[in-house]
Design a protein around this ligand. Sequence first.
Ligand code: GRF
Length: 198
Amino acid sequence: MSAPVVRPIVILISGSGSNMAALVEASRQAHWSRRFGAGVAAVISNRPDAAGLAWAREQGVPTAVVDHKQHADREAFDAALMEAIDVHRPALVLLAGFMRILTPGFVRHYEGRLINIHPSLLPAFAGLKTHQRAIEAGCRFAGATVHRVTSELDHGEYLDQAVVPVLPDDTPDTLAARVLTQEHLIYPRAVERLLAAG
Ligand code: GRF
């Protein structure tokens, strides 16, 4: 019997959802429900075709879609998204490859509960195409950052970082794959630390 979940976690995805899968697996393997009263209550995607949705469903994790294309503007989309999230009364909302810029109202609503993973060593390379930009800049190292979300894009307190080498023949794809293996370690680790801290 698993312990009751008093600290629900909602994960937002847009694509393959490998970070989400790492979080779901960590929550089970590291007994987040017994140790922290925490568990993944739902996975929500802004894209109906996100591959991660199927994986979550197979795992018995409730899923929902709030399709940004069905909403007139960012405010309307964020309002619908908040409604879908708040049904679960989340203690934490984890952005895991969620590829939408959120409105300040959304960020304020989840202040202190909203976490993101970004595939660069912040503050370097906020924004998109991080791996290509790291290679083009001649970086010898790249990495990923788990951080709190504030209304400034890819800023907010850093909770964990991981470093990987950039190899001479790297392409954005090979570097992304190397970084991703580290993302799968640091995201669950950072969340577990937050849960342990209460
Ligand atoms: C990850 O590199 C994440 O940091 C970035 O997009 C990628 C998504 O991967 N924002 P996944 O959907 O978690 O597999």
